[in-house]
Structure formats: structure tokens, C-alpha cells
Ligand binder design. Sequence first.
Ligand SMILES: Cc1ncc(COP(=O)(O)O)c(C=O)c1O
Length: 385
Amino acid sequence: MDHDVKPATLAVTGGRPDRVQGAPVNPPLVLASTYVSQGVPGPGEPLYTRIDAPTWHPFEQVLGDLESSRHPALVTGSGMAAIAAAFSLVPAGGRLVVPRHAYQVTLGYARDLAERCGVEVVVVDIDDTDAVLEAAQGASMLWVESPTNPMLEVADLPALIEGAHAAGALVGVDNTFATPLVQRPLTLGADVVVHSVTKYLAGHSDVVLGAVLADDDELHARLHAYRTTHGAIAGPFEVWLALRGVRTLALRVERSQANAAELARRLQQHPAVAQVRHPSLPDDPGHELAARTMDGFGSIIGLRPRGGVAAADALVDALRLWVPATSLGGVESSLERRRRFATESLTVPADLLRLSVGIEDVEDLWADLAVALDLALDVALDASR
Ligand SMILES: Cc1ncc(COP(=O)(O)O)c(C=O)c1O
């Protein structure tokens, strides 16, 4: 692996076919479930696509390099398939420590493990380092999301990894929100990293994919075996598209982060706004930590308008450019009120809007928001009369 060039360069240059006369610039898309094979297959020889597929390799190599992993990433059929692989490292009856505001389906899966496998699930506020490390004593795994979805709490990753290891726990990190351009947990000693590749890595809201990474040989082998046995594998075409997405990751992340920081600053000053969360804001509870431990602040904003749920829904309805949709990390700006889902954690405020800021012109994004904010303010004022 070539760690000499910068991540933005790696994202463009990694996983290309060898430079020989007439070679294609991009790796080919191989659509085959099986490969010509007789006798005992040699190491690395393609056999059957549930086990391994040539089209996965360039993407897995590039993501492994971006995360500074000793091994290539293992691409999976979705982010949840990657999380299921990571959670398979928690033994029946073991303790799993999870953030209160992790992705709701991750939390649902942890509850499922508690019911089916007797896993003791302990829920913590991930920005309360002392409480997390106390819960990690005797745990099999500490699961970290940072920033959290959708509350944008920032975890002290270096301290959590060191403390959890001292307590004998593995540390798994969902790095979806940050991307490897902003945070590389394996370099801090994390044992497992997962991505919903669906989001920033693929970046165009056109595929559902995941990936799981581990530095340790044994953990990597166990995750690989889990993927093969449980079969939640990725289709080659989706992975080919994801690699195309990764080529522009650095530009997209740079632009969407700049847009998010500017919009968060303007939102904070708007009379229709009750609360904004974005780690770039100097008075955000996660700002100091994010500035110290991350290479950026991400592109997700938490927004609570004045006037509660009615104002929040009115705001979403009034937008013409922002897309009302679940998911995040696409080139297009989108938003949703998370508590519209009955399954969302009840400690997430009912009126919280999660904004995924895209790469459009920031003035157009603001103009659309400003009109909708004025309308939301009317709803709030009407309700208070
Ligand atoms: C932080 C985070 N992790 C994991 C997932 C799950 O990913 P997927 O939808 O690709 O299964 C999501 C999906 O929204 C997410 O936001």
C-alpha cells in the first residue's frame, strides 16, 4: 500500500489497472457469479462471487488505503451488513456498549442480540468519556459513532480507544459521518471500522453498500469468514459505481463541509431557529474536541426551529431545492425530521431536523432555507398567539 501520497490523491490514483500499453484507465466491471475453475483453486484465484469478486478489489484497496489499514476493506451489501459483521465479534453473553444516539437500526440490532444471544447492551452518552469507560469495564466491545446520528455528539476517540483497550474491550467505530478524510480510527488503535458506503463514499444516492475494516489478521479473517457465510455481499456493479464515487470524495467533502459550516453560522443567527448543532460552531459542545481530534467538522447539521414539530414540518414542506428524504451524504442537500420514525430514540427531540449538506452553491441553499425559515417562523408565531 502506498501511504506516501495524500488521501485526496490516493482516492484518485488507487485501484487503477497496471500502466501498460492499451490498458483501460478504469478497472473493468466483471459480471459473473462463477469462474472457470478445476481442481484446488490457487490463492487469490476467483472461484465464486459470494466468496470474492475481482470488481470488489480496487474499491477495497482504495478504502483500505484511505483508512490506513493493513488489510483491504471488506465490502458488504449495506452498511448494516458491515455492522452485523462487526457485532459478530461480540460473543453470546458478552457486553456491548453503544451510544444512546447511534444510528437507530444499529441500536435495534443491538437489542436483537440482547434478546436472542443474551448480549448485555449498555447504552451510554458517547461524549461523556468517564461514563463510557466505566461501562466498558468487562465489555466485549465498545461501539462508537462520532459524530453521532442524528445528535452530532463528538466522542473523544483517542481517549475512548485507549481506555477501552485498557479495560479489555474491542473498539468498533462507525466512521460513516466523518469519512476517512476527516477521521481515521484505525490509526488511533480502533479494532474495527465500518462505513455505510451508501453515504459519502459512494456519494450520489444511487447505491446501498457497506464496508468493514480491521488491522488485526485474526479479526480480518473472522470478518471475511462472516461475510462469506452470512452472504450479505455486494453486487459488482454497485461496487464499481462506489469506486467512481470515491474518485471525487475529497472535492465533495471539502465543498459540503464548507457549505455546512457557513449555513450553520447563518442558521444560528436566524430568529426562526431555536438550536443548531454543528461541530464547526465555536460554542458547540463538540467543537473543541472535533478541532483537536478531527481533520474537519463534517457536513451534517442538527437544526431545531422555534415552534416545535409543526414549524419543523412546515420548514421541510416549504423547501424547493433541498430534498425531503432519509439517508445522507449525497451530492444533493437533503433533510428530514428523524422522529417521524416511531423507531427513533425518544431522547432525540421531536422537532430535530437532520440536514445533510450537499455540494450546491451555498447561496442557493441559503436562499431556499431563508424562505422556508420565514414560513416556519410564521407557524411558530401563530401557535404562540
Ligand atoms: C451512521 C450510519 N451507519 C450505518 C447506516 C446503515 O447503512 P446502510 O443504510 O447502508 O445499511 C446508516 C444509514 O443511515 C448510518 O447513517
